[in-house]
Design a protein around this ligand. Structure first.
Ligand code: ZN
Length: 117
């Protein structure tokens, strides 16, 4: 089974990136960062506590979990790591609902590359 390890250093980096790009709607108390290692092509992934899950747990506030696959994440440059972090943050909508924004994935990819470069 894949083991997930909390990654406070990635959270620190994400907070800096969010400041730089004015993503001030992100509540980092409710965004959790983890690393894992797996031989897949995934570099990073964001999961949200979305609405249908909130039906069952209405007392829990929306949150997000971002996981980074060391297997790929540690192979790219620091700059590309930052692009990846920003990319995942851009999936979080301004209303911080636990859902994902309506912004197209291709647009997120474009923005995160443009902004960091
Ligand atoms: Zn994405």
């Amino acid at each position: 089974m894949v083991q997930y390890i909390e990654a406070p250093e990635l959270k620190e980096r994400a907070i800096e990136i969010a400041k730089r790009f004015n993503l001030n709607y992100i509540d980092f108390e409710r965004v959790h960062f983890y690393r894992y290692s797996c031989d897949t092509r995934t570099c990073a992934k964001i999961t949200g506590f979305f609405r249908t899950l909130q039906l069952i747990y209405p007392h829990i506030k929306p949150f997000y979990v971002i996981t980074f696959n060391n297997h790929n994440f540690e192979r790219v440059s620091k700059k590309d790591q930052d692009v990846t972090i920003l990319h995942e943050l851009l999936h979080i909508p301004k209303n911080f609902s636990g859902e994902f924004g309506k912004i197209a994935h291709s647009e997120i990819r474009r923005l995160s590359k443009d902004w960091i470069n």
